[in-house]
Design a protein around this ligand. Structure first.
Ligand code: ZN
Ligand code: ZN
Length: 329
């Protein structure tokens, strides 16, 4: 089968013929239809995350068809459509796994990072961590739901029940979560790169109450803010715009260092926290609400062989919505 392979960080992915994965008893062999490109892929390729499997096939927002099932699989059948997310395996026994926090499992394995992912014609995945997908979404539209949507949704839930929600970095995840927030009756304040009026208009089309640059002051104090951009300097900025009792949630896996800030900005029971990975429960809840919103994903498609181009555009902020690789099988 053909796959885009990372041999070492900071190198371009190479299109190669590699052996097709062989599923074990608990796994599915999936023929990939579409795989969205996540900022985490960029962090892996750029060497900002430690110890990826090498060589590695990246990609963890995978939509495909089940080609074959392992003999122990009961939840999927050959021919089913399937979504494969970032969380690929957990131990089921550690204190985190036993307290509904499998996202923090010490031995967790991750699709497209410590296991091969979906920048390929086929992928093997543990059936217990795969999702059935709502029919309303075609393959390309469904792919970004599997990380941008799902981890964005976990970040939204971490905010509590905010009336006014700020979103910093209006890319793949924010454009999905803005729609969920508006559906739930929240006011969305979208922050983009300074001067990016095109993305600000995009945010307003999706129902944002206000959109401006991340250097601007929103017209109201916010109850919560989610930071999707990997820019640590945004944490104290967002904190300054919070009302008392508010929270700033960082949704990314990697961020530049956070500069110091005066304690009075945190005072008043404000909080900062991060969101790590996802649980299967997040996935089930999110995929239930997604068709009710209904979420419309804005996507730009690329052939598998152009994965490097998709990553370059993401790095430069030259994408509206999410990039999705499509397989021409
Ligand atoms: Zn991701
Ligand atoms: Zn565990």
């Amino acid at each position: 089968m053909r796959a885009m392979v990372l041999d070492a960080p900071k190198k371009l992915l190479q299109l190669r013929d590699v052996a097709c994965p062989r599923p074990n008893a608990g796994q599915l062999l999936v023929r990939v239809s579409a795989c969205a490109v996540c900022r985490t892929d960029l962090h892996i390729v750029d060497g900002e995350l430690p110890e990826p499997k090498l060589p590695l096939i990246p990609g963890h927002e995978i939509v495909g068809r089940v080609e074959k099932i392992g003999r122990a699989v009961k939840t999927f059948r050959a021919g089913d459509r399937v979504g494969i997310p970032w969380l690929g395996w957990t131990c089921g026994r550690c204190k985190f796994c036993r307290s509904n926090r499998e996202n923090l499992c010490r031995r967790a394995r991750f699709t497209g990072y410590t296991m091969d992912g979906g920048y390929a014609e086929f992928v093997a995945a543990d059936a217990r961590f795969c999702f059935h997908l709502p029919k309303q979404f075609d393959n390309v539209a469904a792919a970004p739901l599997l990380c941008a949507g799902l981890i964005g949704f976990r970040a939204l839930r971490k905010c509590g029940d905010p009336k006014r929600l700020g979103l910093y970095g209006f890319g793949a995840a924010a454009h999905i979560i803005a729609q969920v927030a508006v559906f739930e009756g929240r006011e969305v304040f979208a922050f983009t790169r300074a001067g990016d009026s095109e993305t600000q208009k995009f945010a307003q089309r999706l129902g944002a109450t206000w959109a401006g640059g991340s250097d601007e002051t929103p017209p109201e104090k916010l109850d919560a803010a989610i930071i999707f951009a990997p820019v640590g300097a945004l944490m104290p900025i967002a904190l300054r715009h919070l009302d008392k009792g508010g929270v700033v949630v960082s949704a990314g896996i990697h961020m530049s260092d956070i500069p110091g800030f005066p304690y009075r900005d945190l005072w008043g029971e404000r909080a900062i926290c991060s969101v790590a990975n996802l649980t299967r429960r997040d996935g089930a809840e999110f995929l239930k609400i997604a068709p009710r919103v209904p979420i419309r994903t804005e996507t730009e498609t690329f052939p598998l062989a152009e994965a490097n181009e998709a990553l370059t555009r993401l790095r430069a902020g030259r994408l509206t919505g999410a990039a999705v690789l499509v397989m021409d099988t």
